[in-house]
Design a protein around this ligand. Structure first.
Ligand SMILES: [Zn+2]
Length: 460
């Protein structure tokens, strides 16, 4: 608010009179304070009220050069005022009220009739912030981006929203790079599990070179075609990147990067060891006292000596079971062990989690290490035996239940087509979906007995 506006409001009775500092006495002092390093602007007046310092300023020169023809002109057509936000002064925000003159270009061969005087050192055309305030906002945006940057800006009295900061960053020119000789290619998650992009890095300087919108072969191949000169492509083992590199840079040498080699090797070894855990855990033949320290199991497992009968209860799992507060109600009457690939996976995963627990790792650390969700790790950790992980998945009541006996009659009779069986149930107005029928038929297919030979035609 300028002094004039302020006085007008007081006259209209909208504001109580308060102290307004009018500091016109020492314009040279304010000039050096506010416009240090900007030598084409003169301060005319300074007023301070309500935490805002208004600096009225104008250009020092008598005229300006036409931006089109370059001829100097001092014929003033008119003038207007620009309002520019500037860096705060102490705790006071600063507004520069800049008087801008519009000059007449008198050159006959110039298409421009009038032009506004530029303030190249102070601000850009049409900008509402000074250049130095813009630079500060750019630095905050680069360091902290949107929300965090806006919070810091508010603390500094700059009053810029997150979109203002992001616009400043987006307006900056992209850093220039030369095509790297060694190109690193890897994916990263924008929304984990939902959206992935590809980041290209220079394998020698480790600087980011570019970002591709997806992690498919096409954009990588296009990028490599438009940036020839890549000799080595360092990538993970994803097939899409292999294809993209082959299409875009067929002469480049493709190598697996060290991180993914170690990661894949580590996981393969863990899975393999976990699958053979039972072979390693054969206890010694001599009877042990009953209270065995669960953690002492690991060194004993190295002996490789046989044991007549493995215990159903894993001593390592005693503690997790107590966490649940309720004993496993069915652990004393186990049914037949599940079979199939899913069962093998669960067996290996269960063994792996309990092996890591025995090594003293926390459940959270195991989840991080394996890249699984914490709930998955907790489920395996709580399960006394790997078979118990199936019990937690005990099937819930389903709309298909009344029709299961029918399916179980039809399936051994040779009708194995899910489409056909689903159609038959729909004809009976059964409220079942295709997915329900497919899931149940899948369980019948993996059943150890009674699997009929696959037939294309179904007969009654
Ligand atoms: Zn001109």
């Amino acid at each position: 608010m300028t002094l004039r506006q302020f006085s007008a409001r007081i006259r209209r009775g909208r504001l109580w009179p308060v102290t307004v500092l009018v500091m016109q006495a020492d314009a040279a002092f304010w000039d050096s304070l506010v416009f240090d390093g900007i030598d084409d602007v003169d301060v005319e007046a300074v007023t301070a009220a309500f935490g805002t310092v208004d600096v009225v300023a104008r250009d020092r020169a008598a005229g300006a050069a036409c931006p089109d023809c370059g001829r100097f002109s001092d014929r003033v057509h008119d003038s207007y005022q620009r309002r520019l936000k500037d860096l705060p002064l102490g705790e006071q925000s600063v507004v520069i009220l800049l008087t801008v003159r519009r000059f007449i270009c008198g050159a006959a061969d110039c298409p421009r009739r009038t032009f506004a005087e530029p303030f190249a050192q102070l601000t850009a055309p049409y900008a509402r912030f000074t250049t130095r305030l813009n630079h500060t906002l750019e630095r905050i945006g680069l360091a902290l981006a949107g929300h965090a940057g806006a919070r810091l800006a508010a603390q500094l009295g700059l009053d810029a929203g997150r979109m203002t900061l992001l616009r400043r960053v987006m307006a900056l020119p992209d850093p220039q790079f030369s095509t790297p000789r060694v190109l690193g290619v890897d994916d990263f998650a924008i929304r984990r599990g939902q959206t992935y992009s590809t980041v290209l890095t220079c394998g020698e300087t480790h600087h980011v070179v570019d970002v591709l919108p997806t992690r498919e072969a096409g954009p990588l191949a296009t990028w490599l075609t438009t940036h020839p000169g890549v000799k080595i492509i360092c990538r993970d083992r994803a097939g899409a990147y292999a294809e993209g590199a082959r299409l875009g840079a067929p002469d480049a040498l493709q190598v697996a990067d060290r991180f993914h080699l170690w990661q894949n090797l580590g996981r393969a070894v863990e899975t393999c060891v976990a699958a053979h855990r039972d072979c390693l855990r054969t206890p010694s033949p001599q009877p042990k006292p009953s209270l065995v320290d669960p953690l002492s199991e690991a060194p004993r497992s190295d002996t490789g000596s046989p044991q007549p009968k493995p215990s159903l209860v894993d001593p390592l799992s005693e503690a997790p079971r107590s966490d649940t507060g309720s004993p496993q109600d069915n652990s004393d009457r186990p049914g037949p062990d599940p079979v199939g690939r899913r069962a093998e996976r669960k067996k290996a995963a269960h063994a792996l989690v309990h092996e890591l627990l025995a090594q003293g790792h926390s459940r959270r650390a195991i989840a991080r290490h394996l890249g699984w969700s914490l709930n998955t790790v907790l489920r395996y950790a709580r399960a006394v035996r790997w078979q118990d992980t199936f019990r937690e998945n005990r099937p819930r009541p389903s709309r298909l239940d009344p029709y299961k006996p029918y399916l179980e009659r039809r399936f051994p009779a040779g009708c194995t087509s899910v489409t056909r069986l689903h159609g038959e149930l729909l004809a009976e107005h059964a409220p079942v979906t295709y997915a329900m029928v497919r899931a149940h038929i899948a369980t019948l297919r993996t059943a150890p007995s009674g699997t009929p030979p696959r037939r294309r035609r179904c007969g009654r």
